[in-house]
Design a protein around this ligand. Structure first.
Ligand code: FE2
Length: 223
């Protein structure tokens, strides 16, 4: 299995392309902009997309969706709770609603476990490739941080419960591929990420930091 990520759109969102070597079948995750570049990469490498999977409906993850889906004519997977965001962006509905999460979907030979992990967005999904030891996480978690929860349908405690339930139990070397910035592993985040190692806590509606060595650290973060 091969993996490529392309930085697209205004906010440096990563579109991931997972492909298998033998027949070049490919899954496209979050075509969030620059559809021409995504299509060029896929065509120049002889890949054959079989589906598009959306982690959530924020515009920086879906802005290139219409062009890419029209070009390849493959089904689009998405959680139903984020479908209204597609309509707001003037885009068509997905083809397959991920109504049933927690199960492994077989898509043309790919095995993908889909889990609903809301909190950053109501319909956020993490796509797990358990046999290959990685997951495509959207904006649930980042290296050193977690997703924003100040949108209308966001909720910090919900987000953290999802991370605790679905990511914390993974083996330390399990690779997390977020929608922005660097790749990481769950082991690294459990050690270094202040939201997971207990240095930052959410109390009485506010973030507070506990025992962080740099007292100004919190002031410079954006959540
Ligand atoms: Fe987002």
């Amino acid at each position: 299995m091969e993996m490529m990520r392309l930085k697209v759109g205004d906010y440096g969102e990563y579109c991931y392309i997972v492909s298998e070597e033998e027949k070049g079948r490919a899954l496209i995750f979050d075509p969030g902009g620059h559809p021409d570049e995504i299509i060029d990469y896929i065509d120049n490498n002889g890949l054959k997309p079989v589906a598009i999977l959306i982690t959530h409906g924020h515009h920086d993850h879906i802005s290139g969706l219409e062009e890419v889906r029209d070009y390849y004519r493959v089904p689009v997977y998405m959680h139903p709770l984020d479908v209204p965001k597609l309509a707001l962006a003037g885009q068509r509905e997905p083809d397959i609603l991920i109504e049933e999460t927690g199960k492994v979907y077989a898509i043309d030979g790919f095995k993908v476990r889909m889990e609903h992990v809301p909190g950053h967005s109501a319909g956020s999904v993490i796509y797990f490739f358990d046999d290959e030891n990685f997951a495509i996480c959207g904006d649930v978690i980042f290296k050193g941080s977690v997703g924003r929860t100040d949108f209308e349908d966001g909720d910090f405690e919900t987000l953290m419960r999802g991370i605790e339930r679905y990511l914390s139990p993974l083996p330390d070397d399990f690779i997390l591929m977020p929608g922005h910035a660097e790749l990481t592993t769950i082991g690294e985040e459990k050690k270094e990420n202040s939201f997971l190692n207990g240095h930052i806590q959410f109390k009485h509606g506010k973030f507070v930091w506990v025992e962080h060595p740099d007292k100004d650290w919190f002031k410079h973060q954006e959540f």
